[in-house]
Design a protein around this ligand. Sequence first.
Ligand code: NDP
Ligand code: 8X3
Length: 251
Amino acid sequence: MKTALITGATSGIGEACADLFAAQGYHLILVARREHLLKDVAKRLEEKYAIETKTVVADVRIHDDLSYGLETLPAQWKQVDVLINNAGLSQGLDPIDKGNVTDWDTMIDTNVKGLLYVTKIVSNWMISRKSGHIINIGSIAGQEVYPNGNVYCATKHAVDALNKGMRIDLLPHGIKVTAINPGMVETEFSKVRFKGDEGRAKKVYDGLEPLVANDIAEAIWFVVSRPAHVNINDMLIMPTAQATGAIIKRN
Ligand code: NDP
Ligand code: 8X3
C-alpha cells in the first residue's frame, strides 16, 4: 500500500488529488488549516475507498506547528511515496505601487516558504527510503508574468526554480521531482484572491470554460504512474480558451 501526502487538501486541486489517489488505493496524509473541512474530506474518502488517512491541521507558514504535526506522525506514516506540494494562494491583483504588503508576505510565506518547510521534512523521509516523488504545483504564472500578477508570479517563478533545484539535489537519492503548472482552474482560488468577493471571482471565468480541479489531478496521476525510469520534469496545462496568462478567448 502506498501513501501520498497532500498539502491544501480541503479544497480545489488538493481535494481532487486526494479523491483520485484514494481511488487508486493510496493512504493519505492530508494537510490544511480548516480542520472541519479536512476531517470531512478524510472521512468521506475513508468511507468511499476503504483507505486510511491522517489529518494534520497546520498552517504551512508556521514552521514549528507544521514540523510538530508531521514529525509526530507514527513511523509507518512517514513512508511517503508521493508528496503533492499544493497549498498556495494569491492575494490581490494590484500594480506593484499599490500592492498590499501583508498580501505580499502571505503569498511569499505560503507559496515559497511553506513549500520549502514541507519539502525539507518529507524529502528526508524519502531519502531514508531512497525513493519518492515530489509534485510541486506551480502555475502559468511561474512561466510568464501578467499585468498586476507581480508578486504571485514571483512566488510561482520561485516554485519553478525550486522544482529544478530539488531535482538536482535529490537526484543521488532516487527521488523524482515534477512541476505541474496549470492555467486557469475554477476552484476557491479567485474567491481567495479577491478576499471573498464572489462576484469578482466569478467574472474571472465569465465566457470561457476553465479547467476543473480534476483535470489537474488526472495529470498528476499520469505523471506519478509512469514507469520507474521515466520522470516528467514539468507539465503546463491550460484551458483551450487560454493561450497565455493574459490572452484569453471569451464568448
Ligand atoms: P483553493 O483555494 O481551492 O485551495 C487552496 C488550498 O490551499 C486549500 O486547501 C487551503 O486550505 C490550502 N492552503 C492555503 N493556505 C494554506 C496555508 N497557509 N497552510 C496550509 N494550507 C493552506 O485553490 P487551488 O486548488 O486552485 O490552488 C491550489 C494550488 O494550485 C495553489 O498553489 C495555487 O497557486 C495553484 N494554482 C491554481 C490555479 C487556479 O487557477 N486555480 C492555477 C495555477 C496554479 P485551508 O484554507 O484549509 O488551509
Ligand atoms: C493561477 C492561475 O492565471 O490566475 O496560478 O495566475 S493565474
